[in-house]
Design a binder for this molecule. Structure first.
Ligand code: SF4
Ligand code: SF4
Length: 105
C-alpha cells in the first residue's frame, strides 16, 4: 500500500506549496490506460526513457536475458505511482514493445 496522497487531495488551483512537493502526490491514479513493457521485445534503446514527459520510466540495474539469449544489463520499468498514461512511450517505441492496457479490464 502506497503512503502517497491521492491527486484528489491536491490544493485547489494546483498551488505548489513547497518545491518538490508533487512527489508526495500519487498522480498516477487518474490514468485510464497503463503502459506495459514487453521485456522480451524491448531492445533497451532508451527512447521511452527520453520521451516520457513525466520522467517516470526508470532505468534499473537489473540484468535480463531474453528468450533469444540476448543479455541486457538494464531493465526499463514504469513507476505507476506517477505515470499518467499519456501513451507517448508506446507511440515512440521503435519496436512496439509497449502496450497501453486499460486499467478497467
Ligand atoms: S504513458 Fe506517458 S507518463 Fe506513462 S510512462 Fe509512458 S510516456 Fe511516461
Ligand atoms: S523505447 Fe521500447 S525498445 Fe526502447 S527502451 Fe523503451 S520499451 Fe525498450
Amino acid at each position: 500500500m502506497s503512503s502517497l496522497s491521492s491527486w484528489k487531495e491536491l490544493v485547489i488551483g494546483g498551488t505548489i506549496t513547497e518545491p518538490g512537493s508533487t512527489v508526495n502526490v500519487r498522480t498516477g491514479t487518474w490514468r485510464t490506460k497503463k503502459p506495459v513493457i514487453n521485456q522480451d521485445a524491448c531492445t533497451r534503446c532508451r527512447i521511452c526513457w527520453e520521451y516520457c514527459p513525466e520522467g517516470v520510466i526508470q532505468e534499473l540495474d537489473k540484468p535480463f536475458v531474453s528468450k533469444k539469449g540476448i543479455k541486457y544489463a538494464v531493465t526499463y520499468e514504469v513507476n505507476y505511482d506517477y505515470c499518467k498514461g499519456c501513451g507517448i512511450c508506446a507511440n515512440e517505441c521503435p519496436v512496439k514493445a509497449i502496450d497501453m492496457v486499460s486499467e478497467y479490464e
